[in-house]
Design a protein around this ligand. Structure first.
Ligand SMILES: O=C(O)CCC(=O)C(=O)O
Ligand SMILES: [Fe+2]
Length: 301
């Protein structure tokens, strides 16, 4: 059904299932809220227009082509296997901030369609934080299973993550997956809620073990989709997610963004807001994985 791998192992078919598709309900607040509560996520196709997505790919990959990480023509996102970023862009935070603040990528991360969707979900006007996570995932990368809490939660408790496919993201190229019903796993949620988000010690619940075995032990499926350009999944801070290996047969770089949204009426965590947001640790865009040169490696979040 879905061709995908986690940590180089093919994921067995019987543990996989598709997301519930909420495209037809994208303007129905009551329905969206009911699904979000029941499932811990909503998945909507075609939220961002494909032409805006392609413009963002051209812009972001164009910058990465300048440092020789992406081959010509940049819009296709083919990884060259090498990088001159360190030599050409010694201030890695400044470089990554400038890529993350390009006008075309911002039209995707803060798209009117996403704003309308999340405002509808939250039943009041919502806004996306300024600090964005732009993730060019070269072949060999994946993200371990984790909850986003306690990150992003110092301000509003109604923060959600919007993950957007900035191009095609089939499962074999590192689609996002969710562990079905993980927002109801009270034992893990209890530990997660107790995390002191001011502590410096790695404050997140992250599972580095076998995700398939974990899902089986809970009687859950691993939910996913072959994402098309502009598809969006919105999930809560207590929904467990990760991403499959990028095992692209054509060496294509997976491009996605994840941005936190919340009601405008609620206090925001100032670290992620404003002109030069400080980010979680205070060093701004320099703290993100995207700020590191792209290299082919087995990725640990
Ligand atoms: O895209 C990924 O690999 C991870 C995304 C993620 O963890 C998030 O959106 O919160
Ligand atoms: Fe996450």
């Amino acid at each position: 059904m879905f061709d995908c791998r986690i940590d180089r192992q093919p994921v067995p078919d019987d543990i996989l299932a598709p997301y519930r598709d909420s495209t037809e309900s994208a303007c129905d607040g009551d329905e969206l809220r009911q699904r979000f509560e029941q499932d811990g996520y909503i998945f909507v196709r075609g939220v961002v227009p494909p032409s805006d997505v392609q413009a963002a790919r051209d812009e972001v990959f164009g910058r990465l082509a300048e440092v020789e990480e992406i081959a010509e023509p940049p819009g296709e996102g083919i990884f060259t296997g090498h990088s001159r970023r360190e030599e050409l862009q010694p201030d890695k935070g400044a470089f990554w901030q400038s890529v993350s603040e390009g006008p075309a990528i911002r039209r995707v991360t803060h798209a009117p369609g996403t704003e309308a969707l999340i405002s509808c979900l939250q039943g009041e006007p919502a806004f996306g934080h300024d600090f964005i996570f732009l993730r060019p995932g070269v072949p060999g990368r994946f993200t371990f299973l984790h909850f986003d809490y306690p990150f992003f939660s110092r301000g509003s408790q109604r923060v959600v993550t919007a993950w957007t496919a900035v191009g095609p993201v089939p499962t074999i190229e590192g689609a996002l997956f969710i562990v079905e019903n993980s927002h109801t796993f009270e034992d893990l949620l209890k530990d997660t809620r107790e995390i002191d988000y001011n502590s410096a010690a790695s404050p997140q619940v992250q599972l580095t073990g076998d995700a398939v075995e974990f899902a089986r032990s809970r009687g859950s499926k691993i939910l996913t989709a072959n994402f098309e350009p502009g598809d969006v999944i919105v999930f809560g801070m207590f929904t467990m997610h990760g991403s499959f290996d990028n095992a692209s047969p054509i060496n294509r770089t997976r491009l996605t963004t994840d941005v936190r949204w919340q009601p405008r009426s609620e206090p925001a965590d100032e670290r992620y807001i404003g002109l030069s947001p400080k980010g979680t640790t205070g060093i701004g865009y320099a703290e993100l994985n995207g700020a590191k040169p792209l290299t082919q490696n087995w990725h640990v979040r």
